[in-house]
Design a protein around this ligand. Structure first.
Ligand code: PLP
Length: 280
């Protein structure tokens, strides 16, 4: 039996009821987080909660987050996932109210939902790695907010699936910004590069961990645009996300990338060491 969290209660999934008038359902008026638990311990929980607070603030959704911080560990425990690798999903919507574009009255409470499930990444994402295609970025211009209105990401991702690829990299004004569910890194002449933070990308937690690891590991790194015309010259490309960790790109469209990936492999090692340290 799966136990979920809904508005202060832990209860069986089939007893968790959300109103059809919930604005998360009607408008996609909600934000979310996906948190990785290693051996049952949430990784970078503070960073995920800081981003959740940012998303809620930008959306002007009022929700008191402090008590919520216990929810990921409790969901892990309630679902028998202690000591296991898992994902925890949290979503906060603006609540249920008669349908109207305008915000509901302030007494309408946010809906807060959480669930957890056992998760191990597909080994193929590490070896041979993931294939990608480039797709025009037709999402909105507030990609820095982690909203559940993900239709732009979904449509772009499906183009990758239809093309037999694993991920679609989103291109806006010639810059390859990020994937539909991952951030993007490239290595040029030994230097790691990723798009700078802006309203056009998600402030990915794995991206910030990767930057931290580059700096700690003396790997040259720069936050600067990666242009689509530069992609063929990249020595290595990898995507990064909570679910993927760091996954090397093995092909862009029909063009394979070299199988040697010294920088990606060093960062994967450093990432694993960080997990070992922080989720002992
Ligand atoms: C568009 C986008 N970029 C990047 C990421 C990676 O973010 P994180 O490292 O916080 O999982 C995600 C994850 O869902 C995403 O949806």
């Amino acid at each position: 039996m799966t136990v979920v969290y809904l508005n202060g209660q832990f209860l069986p999934e089939d007893q968790a009821h959300i109103s059809p008038l919930d604005r998360g359902f009607l408008f996609g008026d909600s934000v979310y987080e996906v948190i990785r638990a290693y051996r049952g311990t949430p990784f970078r929980l503070d960073e995920h909660f800081a981003r959740l607070a940012y998303s809620l603030g930008e959306m002007r959704i009022g929700a008191y987050l402090s008590p919520l911080k216990e929810v990921p560990a409790r969901l892990v425990a309630e679902n028998g996932l202690e000591g296991k690798d898992a994902l925890v999903y949290l979503q906060v919507t603006r609540g249920a109210a008669p349908r109207s574009h305008a915000f509901p009255p302030p007494d309408v409470k946010a809906t807060i939902f959480g669930m957890a499930w056992a998760f191990t990444p597909n080994p193929a994402w590490r070896d041979p790695g993931v294939s990608v295609i480039l797709v025009p970025d037709f999402r909105w211009s507030r990609c820095d907010i982690k909203v559940t209105s993900l239709i732009g990401n979904v449509l772009a991702h499906q183009r990758a699936v239809d093309a037999g690829a694993h991920e679609a990299l989103l291109v806006r004004d010639g810059a390859v910004l990020e994937g539909t569910l991952s951030s993007l890194f490239a290595v040029f002449e030994g230097e790691v590069r990723t798009a700078p933070l802006s309203n056009y990308i998600l402030p990915s937690i794995t991206r910030s961990v990767t930057l931290e690891l580059c700096r700690a590991g003396d790997i040259p790194v720069r936050e600067a645009p990666i242009y689509d015309h530069e992609v063929p010259q990249a020595e290595e490309l990898f995507i990064a996300s909570t679910t993927h960790e760091l996954s090397p790109v093995c092909a862009v469209g029909d063009r394979p990338l070299p199988p040697e990936r010294p920088v990606t492999e060093k960062l994967q090692r450093l990432f694993r060491e960080a997990v070992e340290r922080e989720c002992a």
